[in-house]
Write a protein that binds this ligand. Structure first.
Ligand code: SF4
Length: 587
């Protein structure tokens, strides 16, 4: 579009550093770049201040929106957009907050379809299974929480819910059963303990996953949790990041135990070292474009980039905004970053990123860490002598208010009040002195949340399932517990620890594509009747041991349409055969 950007640039009051970038912008205009696109490109290529460039870019984007084509053309563009893009164009999701008081008075039935979607920007989810009762997803960066937060969440679930919450595979917590007029009361209880729910749904950066024992484990290259916090602070509440083409998953980890599913994330920062000016420095390698839902699993691509911890949060922001500006928006099932990477190729994506940050990026370093995965369950010594962390299994991630209060008490009495949440829906109580470990092991809660679980309970993960998710085709949590309890009785004794992950639909929230044993819920026709069933995927060393050929990245569908009624016996046979397998299995 042709508009007078010289005037816009000259009047912009947006550079609060040294004015270099703004200068570039004005210069580009004076040199005759009379389209916004050209000015954008000139600005990106400039060497100006990295801090104000994103702001300038946002102003340009806004100007481009103002210069949109005539109404007819605009209407035609609207028709080609998917419904969610239309909702986003009408109103930023965060702005639905202003409508909440009205909905609280008028009732949930008056919430428009558009606002039901926009409420997810606030972390408030209308549930078709429980009309009038909502779910709230709480943002807990890196899964680092504490006893005060657990007490607040327990009190909310008692007062407004049904006395339980769910731990998610993104280290977050989901509250259920509250009503729309209780949202503000819930926020009022969360705010003093430092929890927000915004941007935890829809086209936002979801909870940033990190190693749950970051800063504690001796087996890490460095503590990456400060980078998680820095990135979180950049985008939470920042409207530049609230209109992504689709959801955006990120992990940032310095752990050497491969504990955060890096291969499935839109951005994964994993530990690496690189020789720079003769000195070996620590940082991250960067992969992009991993996903599980939206057409199936796609492993993240190596971007051939090494980034220092001090630059990492800003680099994540630039990758996110590159996706925001260029990601495909027509079809929801083609809008994840993976599809942009496939369209452009990794080399072009890297070049565009370099243009955006305004300087060449370092090529990747040497990755450090193991292929084998750790779940941090059990009692382990920390890097600080005399202290330990206790990793406790919360079966399928469901926890009652009473159990949360007990976790808070144990964290205060045995540790320093911290509680960590894992991506396997489990909990960790850190900073337990050697002298208190025996007493902690005797606590009644550790009979329910075991530090020494059976192999088939230890790695059990389940998505929400049919009770509260309208995509679900089976009762994942119920079936997961029933099946694993059967396996505990029948085949437990000599098995290695296994990850057994359940998803109720192909959206794959239960990470079934990257488990030793993955179960995907479905409906199947058996003898003319439609029944609850699963496809069984085998991955990693389990697949290897049973002779299933995999690409080493994802699990492979090995059994199809297994009726849920028959699954426990079928899985028992599969696992029995592992006992005779020649491959030594590890967690
Ligand atoms: Fe719902 Fe499917 Fe995600 Fe399970 S995997 S929580 S059924 S969307």
């Amino acid at each position: 579009p042709q508009i007078d950007v010289s005037e816009l640039a000259a009047s912009a009051q947006i550079c609060n550093c040294n004015g270099v970038t703004k200068g570039k912008l004005v210069q580009a205009c004076q040199e005759g770049s009379d389209t916004l696109a050209a000015v954008c490109a000139a600005t990106r290529a400039g060497t100006g201040c990295g801090a104000c460039k994103p702001q300038i870019h946002a102003v340009l984007k806004f100007a481009m929106q103002q210069a949109m084509p005539e109404p007819a053309a605009r209407e035609s563009r609207r028709r080609s957009m998917n419904k969610i893009e239309v909702y986003k164009e009408e109103k930023n999701g965060l702005d639905v907050k202003a409508d909440l008081p009205r909905y609280a008075v008028d009732g949930w039935e008056t919430i428009t379809d558009g606002d039901k979607e926009r409420l997810k920007w606030l972390g408030v989810f209308f549930r078709r299974q429980t009309p009038g009762h909502f779910m709230m997803r709480l943002r807990i960066p890196n899964g680092i929480s504490n006893s005060a937060q657990f007490r607040a969440i327990a009190s909310i679930s008692s007062d407004f819910g049904k006395d339980f919450t769910d731990i998610t595979t993104r280290q977050q917590i989901q509250l259920r059963w509250f009503e729309i007029d209780q949202v503000q009361d819930i926020w009022d209880r969360l705010e003093p303990v430092g929890i927000v729910s915004i941007q935890t749904g829809m086209d936002n950066i979801r909870g940033i996953v990190g190693c749950p024992v970051a800063g504690l484990t001796p087996n890490e290259l460095f503590d990456a949790s400060p980078v998680v916090r820095e990135y979180n602070e950049i985008f939470v509440g920042n409207r530049e990041f609230t209109n992504l083409p689709r959801k955006f998953n990120v992990t940032i980890t310095g752990c050497l135990d491969n504990c955060t599913h890096a291969v499935t994330q839109d951005i994964a920062l994993t530990p690496a070292v690189k020789s720079i000016a003769g000195e070996e420095v620590k940082g991250f390698n960067v992969t992009v474009g991993g996903k599980q839902g939206s057409g199936g699993f796609r492993p993240a691509s190596d971007l051939d980039v090494f980034v220092l911890p001090r630059d990492a949060a800003q680099l994540c922001s630039e990758i996110t905004l590159l996706f925001s500006d260029n990601g495909l928006r027509e079809a929801r099932n083609k809008s994840r970053l993976a599809f942009l990477i496939e369209e452009w190729g990794v080399d072009r994506f890297r070049q565009e990123l370099e243009q955006r940050v305004g300087h060449p990026l370092l090529t990747s370093g040497s990755p450090v860490g193991s292929e084998a995965k750790s779940d941090h369950i059990g009692i382990h010594p920390q890097k600080e002598a005399g202290l330990n962390y206790a990793g406790l299994v919360v079966p399928v991630g469901r926890i009652t208010a009473g159990q949360m209060l007990e976790v808070a008490r144990l964290a205060d009495n045995y540790g320093n009040g911290e509680v960590r949440i894992t991506a396997e829906q489990n909990l960790i109580i850190p900073n337990v002195p050697d002298s208190l470990v025996p007493a902690l092991e005797e606590e009644p809660l550790l009979q329910e949340f075991r530090a020494d679980p059976s192999p088939v309970m230890r790695g059990l993960v389940s998505c929400t399932g049919i009770d509260y998710c309208h995509f679900a085709l089976v009762d994942t949590k119920g079936l997961a517990l029933k099946t694993s309890r059967y396996l505990e009785e029948k085949v437990d004794s000599d098995l290695p620890a296994l990850s057994i992950n359940w998803s109720g639909c192909p959206n794959a929230c239960g990470n079934h594509t990257v488990a030793d044993v993955g179960l995907l819920g479905k409906k199947a026709r058996v003898d003319g009747n439609v029944v609850d069933a699963v496809d069984v995927f085998l991955g990693g060393k389990v697949a290897e041991a049973l002779g299933v050929v995999t690409d080493g990245e994802s699990s492979v569908k090995t059994l199809e349409n297994v009726p849920c009624d028959e699954l426990p016996e079928t899985l028992a046979k599969v696992l029995e055969s592992l006992k005779a397998a020649p491959v030594a299995l590890t967690v």
